[in-house]
Design a binder for this molecule. Sequence first.
Ligand SMILES: [Zn+2]
Length: 122
Amino acid sequence: MNKKQPKFFQKSSKIVIKLPKILIKKNDKVLVLSGKDRGKTGKVEKVLRRNGKVIIPGIAIVKKSTKPTKKNSKGGIISMPSPVHISNVALICPKCNKKAKARLKKVSGKKERICKVCKEQI
Ligand SMILES: [Zn+2]
């Protein structure tokens, strides 16, 4: 059997969605490089791969007004961290406590992050 693939499929297979390379993972310690929270450090709570952004509690706080809901009958203003683009944060190596420029290295078939400063696996 040599079935030809339909044309539309061949076309769409050429489209490659490039997601930004994110070396930052959840629970990583990061340093904020820009914005009003510049210089602060925090722990990554969530990585938004699609947007290339991370959420760090206590960083880039925005105040949002909420309408009263069943859970929160009063509504009002809540403070919540807004996503920060990964280019605005730097990973801090837990081993040497320095701004680590991590790179990926294949270690026994697995991709591991290596700190460029102390060459340790992070
Ligand atoms: Zn290091």
